[in-house]
Write a protein that binds this ligand. Structure first.
Ligand code: SF4
Length: 321
């Protein structure tokens, strides 16, 4: 696991809004949270490509524990629209502040990297850009179209912000036709004010429901972190809410505290508890569920997409005509 401490760059702290918060000691991780150390030849190759194309990845910015494994398999998740987020979620390690203007060359550079890496499935995410009129939706659409032009066989998954108060933004992204539309609910509604203060639970849920209304064929996906103080019943309620919004794929992973200034871990859920959550989620009708301590939205996303397609095909066969 990569623990990124609250460091300062030359000018300013990474999370200025958190600087005044009391320290939350970082708990020792249990034995079941063990990850592959970064450094293989393929890992270094992925890192070189990312740097050469001047790209930002959420793998690095969020201090993702899976980076050693994913980059060794040449799987990286590109984070577009800069490295600075306009929100300040209590769990997230992405830098916060006022972002730079959009880089108009970025969509082609992302598409170049996808082509050079020969990705079968590309995952694109972004920081929140509340400063832009469309929340960055047009930029997402440009990235999707650039990848399609250069790599028509590659399937595309977007993990978007919530586009709160950005009328027409969601429609712009859906019109560009990604294969998977992912937006994470992150936590149970009771914890939103502390953990995701700039977001609204119902809005995020409705966003995903609208994707299905706009394009019933598009796969929808959403994720939760556990370990922030939620009760099992609250997680089960979120599953029901997600199913009511027709979400196809649910991911559940353990929250890991990036720095002493971030939200404290309430507890580590055990692998058995993750397994039980997975069973409950399948029983509620999700096409796919990924639930384990190290599950992240984009972890194994390519393999999972193939399984998702298979699950839909199998369901179509079973449905009475
Ligand atoms: S799980 Fe996602 S964010 Fe983490 S290293 Fe893998 S691709 Fe990057």
């Amino acid at each position: 696991m990569t623990t990124v401490l609250e460091t300062t760059d030359s000018e300013r702290p990474r999370h200025p809004e958190k600087a005044h918060r009391p320290d939350n000691p970082i708990q020792r991780k249990p034995d079941w949270i063990r990850v592959k150390a970064p450094g293989s030849a393929a890992y270094l190759e992925t890192r070189k490509l990312v740097k050469e194309n001047r790209l930002v990845t959420v793998c690095e910015e969020a201090g993702c524990p899976n980076i050693g494994e994913c980059w060794s398999k040449k799987h990286a998740t590109f984070m577009v629209m800069g490295d600075t987020c306009t929100r300040a979620c209590a769990f997230c390690n992405v830098r916060t502040g006022i972002p730079d203007a959009l880089d108009t060359g970025e969509p082609e550079r992302v598409a170049d990297a996808v082509a050079k890496m020969g990705l079968k499935h590309a995952v694109i995410t972004s920081v929140d850009r509340d400063d832009l009129d469309d929340g960055g939706a047009r930029h997402f659409a440009l990235v999707i179209r650039a990848i399609r032009r250069q790599s028509p066989e590659t399937t595309i998954e977007v993990l978007t912000p919530d586009f709160l108060r950005k009328d027409g933004a969601l429609e712009m992204v859906v019109e560009a036709r990604p294969d998977v539309f992912n937006h994470n609910l992150e936590t149970v509604p009771r914890l939103y004010l502390n953990i995701r203060p700039g977001a609204r639970y119902f809005h995020s849920l409705r966003l995903l429901q609208k994707v299905k209304e706009l394009d019933p064929q598009m796969f929808t996906k959403s994720g939760l972190m556990v370990g922030l103080g939620e009760a099992r019943n609250e997680v089960l309620q979120v599953m029901d809410d997600m199913r009511a919004a027709n979400i196809d794929f649910m991911t559940i992973g353990q929250y890991l505290q990036p720095t002493r200034k971030h939200a404290a871990i309430d507890r580590f859920w055990t692998p058995e508890e993750f397994e039980a959550l997975s069973k409950s989620a399948y029983a509620k009708g999700f096409l796919m569920v990924s639930s384990s301590p190290l599950t992240r939205s984009s972890h194994h996303a390519g393999d999972d997409f193939a399984r998702l397609q298979g699950a839909r095909a199998a369901q179509a066969v079973l449905k009475p005509r």
